[in-house]
Design a protein. Structure first.
Length: 285
């Protein structure tokens, strides 16, 4: 296998990315690993509003290998291809990319730790903290009969008419969550789905999917009303949604920062593959 020696680097303002029609390429790149790119994919639903500038790194054939996205907030995100992560290319191949990142800077880089650690040797970061765990369920596990045993509740499909009730539930469970218009557009377009459990006519638990393709689907928005936790309803929602969406070759992924939820997801068959890192920029003195 030939080693990658040098990357072709471009720093582009968001308007130039739009003019050249590159947002769809970035979305396709992100969709190859939605487990690590969930919040990037959300941002790419409205890219000119979300992102200020983009750095692209390509090989000598023009293939996109890495992307740094500076958000309008000043924070940033990062994507890398497996070709850069598999160890077959020398570390020096990322030097020009890291120099471009240093040039435009950021407040905090929030991205998969495996990506951030690949450019950490170039002294871009002053400190970092470990955030949410990223976990994946294989297509084989999704198709297993064991998962069926977790579906101990009657599940109903999530409808757009349920979203006001879902928002009320999420307000009790989360500090932040996807806005209602995004959830509605997702359900209407078929980009994602959801299931709910009702108790006494009210939604007691739910789980949603997002950014579904033939190969991947993300599980998001898993919640149970606080008074009814510990009864297996969230597990049933996740298992039921996975079984509903399981097709040959499709895996499932999610992110979580709650250890109790993590134990449930591991029991269901999700395997940790990475963490989200929060890296602070080393500004020049």
């Amino acid at each position: 296998m030939s080693q990658l020696k040098e990357l072709s680097i471009e720093i582009l303002e968001a308007s130039e990315v739009s003019r050249r029609g590159l947002w769809s390429e970035l979305q396709s790149f992100a969709q190859c690993d939605p487990a690590r790119h969930y919040f990037i994919l959300l941002g790419l639903l409205n890219p000119e509003k979300t992102f200020r500038s983009v750095i692209t790194a390509r090989d000598d054939r023009g293939n996109l290998l890495a992307t740094f996205l500076q958000r309008s907030s000043g924070n940033a995100q990062l994507m890398m291809s497996q070709k850069l992560m598999d160890g077959s290319s020398p570390q020096e191949s990322l030097q020009s990319f890291a120099e471009a990142v240093r040039r435009i800077g950021f407040n905090q880089l929030i991205a998969a730790m495996s990506y951030c650690e690949a450019i950490a040797p170039f002294d871009l970061f002053v400190s970092h903290t470990v955030g949410a765990e990223i976990s994946v369920m294989s297509a084989e596990t999704a198709a297993s009969k064991e998962l069926q045993k977790e579906i101990i509740c009657d599940l109903e499909p999530l409808m757009t008419s349920d979203l006001d009730e879902i928002i009320a539930l999420y307000q009790r469970c989360f500090h932040s969550f996807t806005p209602r218009p995004v959830m509605e557009e997702k359900l209407l377009s078929g980009r994602g789905h959801g299931v709910v459990v009702r108790k006494n006519g009210q939604i007691a638990a739910c789980a949603q999917s997002e950014f579904e393709t033939s190969q991947h689907a993300l599980i998001v928005g898993v919640a149970t009303t606080p008074e009814l936790r510990g009864r297996g309803m969230a597990s049933a929602c996740v298992a039921g949604l996975v079984k509903q969406l399981a097709v040959p070759g499709r895996d499932f992924a999610l992110q979580y920062d709650n250890p109790c939820a993590g134990r449930i997801y591991k029991r269901l068959g999700f395997i940790p593959v990475d963490h989200v890192g929060h890296y602070n920029f080393r500004k020049e003195q």
